[in-house]
Design a protein around this ligand. Structure first.
Ligand SMILES: [Zn+2]
Length: 303
């Protein structure tokens, strides 16, 4: 039997995948349309993207389910398709790995609103939405659940609870930090420091502490976050920074770090103690292929 992801990544560092959203846009998804729906309406296009990540050398790939909770899908009139969309997403990643034994990480993104008393959603609604999604992902055969791009501990906690209820063997909590205006430090939009997030995750039963996305969180900042996580917790660490900063070019968002630039941050991240390295917004199969080369070289693997 395959080792759980949080054990496997302690034996050797593993390679994650790159962005999905930007790749879906390149494949023709229009702004504001439901990319998760493609898991059932255009599965070949999703498979094409994830196969490129598998071919680039990813050891673990996230399902195309960032907005796959009932609350998110409801915005596109797809609330009745939660189970179908999430289960299909797991199968697509499995197909992308083909005969390889990769890890399918079921992706749970933010529910996209605020909870009472600040917003219109009750804690119970969010708990139910996350639990329903996590269950579909695990029933579909996902090896792990990642609760990602999180900024509040309340929402993260509900996600971890949902992943536990679904029976996930590995639970990853991933925070999105923003570098402060003075450049001194970084914390989430809701004011959470990495130390507090890591402690919270360890206390609440997550298996891997992670960071992804955010503002100004390049590879170097991600290394700082990894070091700060390590100071307060002993769990494995996953880092998926963006490919630098977003820029508006010809009315399209592009990211300014090429694979050659971004890959320079891979060895520092490994040396900081990262156990799984991937990319978030703007990273492409080419970035991930470059990461594969750097990780293999660091490990002394001949290719
Ligand atoms: Zn991102």
């Amino acid at each position: 039997m395959k080792k759980p992801l949080h054990e496997a990544c302690l034996e050797r560092p593993l390679l994650g995948d790159g962005a999905m959203g930007t790749q879906l846009m390149i494949a023709g998804l229009t702004q504001g349309a439901c990319g998760e729906e493609w898991n059932i309406t255009q599965p070949d296009k999703v498979l094409g993207i994830q196969r490129r990540y598998a071919d680039a050398g990813s050891d673990c790939i996230l399902t195309n389910t960032f907005g796959g909770s009932r609350i998110m899908l409801n915005r596109h009139g797809d609330a009745d398709k939660v189970e179908a969309i999430n289960k299909a997403a797991v199968k697509i990643v499995r197909d992308a790995f083909g005969s390889r034994d990769g890890y399918v990480i079921g992706d749970v993104g933010p529910f996209g609103g605020l909870m009472e008393p600040y917003g219109e959603f009750t804690e119970d609604q969010v708990r139910q939405a996350f639990t329903e999604q996590a269950k579909a992902l695990i029933d579909g055969g996902a090896d792990a659940i990642i609760i990602e791009t999180q900024t509040s501990l309340e929402e993260l906690g509900l996600g971890i609870e949902a992943a536990k209820a679904a029976g996930a063997k590995t639970i990853i909590g991933s925070m999105a930090y923003d570098v402060t205006l003075d450049g001194e430090t970084f914390r989430t939009m809701m004011g959470i420091d990495p130390e507090r997030a890591a402690e919270f995750m360890a206390e609440n039963g997550a298996h891997i502490v992670a960071l992804n996305c955010g503002t100004g969180m390049n590879m170097q900042r991600a290394s700082e976050a990894v070091k700060r996580y390590k100071e307060v917790c002993r769990l494995p660490i996953m880092a998926q920074p963006n490919a630098g900063q977003p820029k508006l070019v010809n009315m399209k968002i592009t990211y300014d770090e090429t694979p050659a630039e971004m890959v320079k941050g891979v060895v520092p991240l490994l040396e900081a103690g990262a156990n799984i390295i991937g990319g978030c917004c703007g990273s492409t199969p080419d970035h991930i292929r470059a990461f594969r080369g750097a990780i293999d070289q660091y490990l002394g693997v001949k290719s």
